[in-house]
Design a protein around this ligand. Sequence first.
Ligand code: NAD
Length: 254
Amino acid sequence: MTDQPVAMITGAASGIGAATAVCLAEKGIRVGIGTFPGDPHDPETTLKDVRDGGGEGMIVEVDVRSTASVDAFAEALVSTWRRLDVAVANAGILREAAFDTLSDEQWHDLLDVDLHGVMRTARAGLRHMGDGGSVTAISSIAGGVYGWQAHAHYATAKAGVLGLVRSLAVEYGPRGIRANAIIPGLIRTPQSTDAVNSLGPEGLERAGGYIPWGRVGDPREVAEVIAFLSSPQASYVSGQAIVVDGALTVAMRD
Ligand code: NAD
């Protein structure tokens, strides 16, 4: 069936990306499961979950640090399914480093994935999209709302993503293509359970104490919002950033 929409999702072997692939597939979108060769998670698990839900998927290796790799991802989907409707720029890395110790290389390496990778994914997707297309990029409360000590490079990239989607919304609105961002709060994934660079399992447990919702989020709860933004139901939503955080960032500390 060629009338079924097609999505490219980067970083889809784990966490929010994997949940997004499954969620979009359940809603009738054929999913390109972008998987980073260095990732320890097996993308076949995502593909199996997609198929178990009655969906259609395809695994494509992609390194968002490479323009050729990202372009090839989009082209592989178009050559198989003859269309591309949705780009989800999800791939990201998190590295803790005090700002005054940060090398140029550490700065560039992180931005190459978390900001330039988002740019490359959006650009590759947009080239193939027509009316009704959508780009959703994953920002973070770090940079999207808050500052975060020892994560200035990450927060800078995540703030940059917001400027990017706003500009794309303006530039591609006349072509009927929307661009938005998601600002996740604390979501239980391999990134946040990494105790070296993020909160780790104990920190996430403690976070339940100060998040009004009483717990950290599940990747599926982010994926559902991405699915909404990727759907025709969001036809007049563009250039926006939606916070998905269990009310963490609106809570006043008393
Ligand atoms: P995750 O580590 O499971 O997912 C990140 C994915 O990016 C992985 O699949 C990884 O293989 C992929 N990736 C890393 N480098 C890549 C590269 N060079 N090319 C292609 N893919 C690459 O963690 P997650 O939490 O699901 O992260 C998804 C997104 O959500 C990231 O952008 C992250 O910064 C953002 N985010 C997460 C949280 C959270 O609490 N988990 C909060 C805010 C924002």
